[in-house]
Design a protein. Structure first.
Length: 105
């Protein structure tokens, strides 16, 4: 078993979203996304089968889809979707997410 303390490794970049690889194997990829207020992960999708899980560790913002804002999100929320479904986020307060993708892309 491997342990990683994401809160200690969080880093924010003033001009763009900061992404840190936490773990990658043939089965899963785990990343830490950190967004300053106003930054976003643009809406995108991947043309493969699999699932995406986003856990909001801190902050607040909006879940984005093809047609715009889908819902508000905040610390403690767990978002799950197929990788093929267009998805993105926008931070209204500094936000930290753990994103898990299986299988990894």
């Amino acid at each position: 078993m491997r342990k990683n303390r994401i809160p200690e490794s969080r880093s924010f970049t003033p001009d763009r979203m900061h992404v840190q690889l936490v773990h990658e194997s043939e089965n899963v990829k785990v990343m830490n996304f950190n967004l300053k207020a106003g930054q976003e992960m643009p809406v995108h999708s991947h043309n493969i089968d699999g699932e995406l899980v986003m856990v909001v560790l801190s902050g607040e913002g909006e879940l984005l889809g093809e047609s715009g804002v889908l819902d508000s999100i905040a610390a403690g929320d767990v978002l799950i979707c197929e990788i093929k479904v267009p998805h993105g986020v926008r931070a209204s307060k500094d936000m930290s997410l753990v994103v898990t993708i299986a299988p990894p892309i």
